[in-house]
Design a protein around this ligand. Structure first.
Ligand SMILES: *Cc1c(COP(=O)(O)O)cnc(C)c1O
Length: 465
């Protein structure tokens, strides 16, 4: 067999390291244990002149994996909203790297183009969004927000008689950008990259659950005129709360504005009959940004942008060059839908996850994470002095201890050192809080109880240091 193309022993070695990692990830400390200095001491050296043995290089990297990585694929990682990987999406990801497709245009990889066509239909069907929408697979929700808002910029300025793609923003009609006061930072990053500037984003106050106040939005809209973009949110990073979509959509329609929804994890609540009502009216928006690498549990990196006005989406992203020989017909050229040119074939993992889970499997995954969140809140709330700060409506739990910033932060630090689980702190309406997120398919009730016990032990220690 011709073997120059691959080194079977080397890949077997990598596979063995992967299996060892996965076999032990459940029982290792969840947070990383190695310091920067320790990792540098193990890995830094002058760039080799002649090159090292590949097996030794793989071994050297793998030797640092258990102490230097964070066990976010494991079941007791509750920090941020990171999600793990269901087995089939990891398997599809291995193949994605093996095939090494450039998913830029149909010609560079027909399979990835077609798989993304199918993934697009499935995502719109599952999330029950307008079926004519265009879909792009991007690196994450930040770039999904960016792409959606680029389409929005194109459309609202086109309606005002301005071609932003040709003429840019200099001298363009002013665009009003309205953003919930608790919008995710990546909305702000996207606005910066799109030339809107941070100072000009008009904030809408939020309520006690972190939801945009529709009455305040109405007032704000009455005071602006001309091209307008409103950024709503489905899934507040702290509370999981969802802005009142139907009311926002009604106000936005009256003003002929564009409604964008940042729904990095919240959008997946559409997949369950139990949480669908919470997201009622989200389908009335013009664009949606979400992530596959969070609640769909595919490996990093994988975000999804969805735009109702496919023409505006394409106009904002498309690339034309004589040498590209893109197809002009029905084939999907991914460069039309995402800000990247050459690109990883992100569709394979999304396709594999959706097909393996099916409608029921995804509903079950969403319900399970929400049930784990409620269980955690119940376990903790039994203890005197523990307060759950907001309603547990989705997969997020916000907790405060002894009504004290100091104790709350101390408990968080102790939990991180303890290693049974990992979670982080936040500031919620000017008060320190512990933030516990559930988006990993593998988290069991037992994991929740064990983690709750560890948190309560850390609370006792913080109270009686
Ligand atoms: C995580 C998150 C983002 C950013 O997503 P990335 O995939 O990290 O780029 C944006 N908005 C919300 C609400 C999020 O939770």
């Amino acid at each position: 067999m011709r073997n120059e193309l691959f080194d079977e022993a080397l890949l077997d070695r990598a596979r063995d390291h992967a299996y060892e990692f996965l076999r032990t990830v459940d029982e290792r400390p969840v947070g990383a244990r190695a310091t920067r200095d320790e990792l540098l001491a193990a890995l830094r050296m002058p760039l080799p002149e002649t090159g090292d043995d590949p097996a030794a290089v793989i071994d050297a990297l793998a030797a640092q994996a258990s102490a230097g990585t964070v066990a976010c694929v494991g079941p007791r990682y509750f920090g941020f909203v990171i999600g793990g990987s269901i087995p089939v999406s990891l398997a599809a990801d291995w193949l994605t790297s093996t095939w090494d497709q450039n998913a830029g245009i149909f010609a560079t990889s027909p399979l990835s183009s077609v798989v993304e066509d199918v993934a697009r239909e499935w995502v719109l069907d599952l999330l029950d969004l307008p079926r004519e929408s265009s879909v792009g697979l991007v690196t994450g929700c930040q770039m999904a927000n960016f792409t959606c808002l680029a389409a929005a910029r194109n459309a609202v300025l086109r309606r005002a008689g301005w071609d932003v793609e040709l003429d840019g923003l200099q001298g363009a009609p002013r665009v009003n950008v309205i953003v919930g006061a608790e919008a995710h930072v990546t909305i702000h990053t996207s606005l910066r990259m799109l030339g809107f500037g941070l100072r000009h984003a008009l904030p809408v106050p939020t309520d006690e659950q972190g939801r945009m106040r529709a009455d305040a939005l109405r007032k704000l809209l009455e005071n602006v005129s001309g091209p307008t973009i409103v950024c709503a949110q489905a899934g507040n990073v702290n509370t999981g709360s969802v802005d009142p979509m139907r009311e926002i959509a009604a106000a936005v329609r009256e003003h002929d504005a564009w409604m964008h929804v940042d729904a990095a994890f919240g959008l997946w609540g559409r997949a369950s009959r139990k949480t669908r009502a919470l997201l009622d009216g989200v389908e009335l928006a013009d664009s949606w940004a979400t992530d596959a690498h969070k609640w769909l549990n595919v490996p990093y990196d994988n975000g999804i942008c969805i735009v109702r006005d496919a023409q505006a989406h394409r106009a904002a992203m498309t690339v034309k060059a004589a040498y590209l020989e893109q197809t002009s017909g029905v084939e999907r050229d991914q460069v039309d839908w995402s800000p990247e040119f050459s690109r990883r074939a992100r569709g394979f993992t999304v396709y594999a996850a959706l097909r393996t889970l099916g409608r029921q499997g995804l509903e079950e995954l969403v319900d399970r994470c929400c049930a784990r969140a409620r269980l955690m809140a119940e376990c903790l709330a039994q203890r005197h002095g523990v307060r759950i700060l907001t309603d547990v409506v989705l997969n997020q739990v916000l907790v405060r201890f002894n009504d004290s910033d100091e104790i709350t932060r101390d408990v968080i630090a102790r939990v991180q050192r303890d290693g049974t689980c990992w979670l982080a702190g936040t500031t919620w309406h000017d008060k320190a809080a512990m933030r516990i997120s559930f988006s990993n398919w593998a988290t069991s009730e037992e994991d929740v109880r064990r983690s709750a016990d560890a948190i309560l032990k850390c609370l006792e220690a913080a109270r009686h240091p």
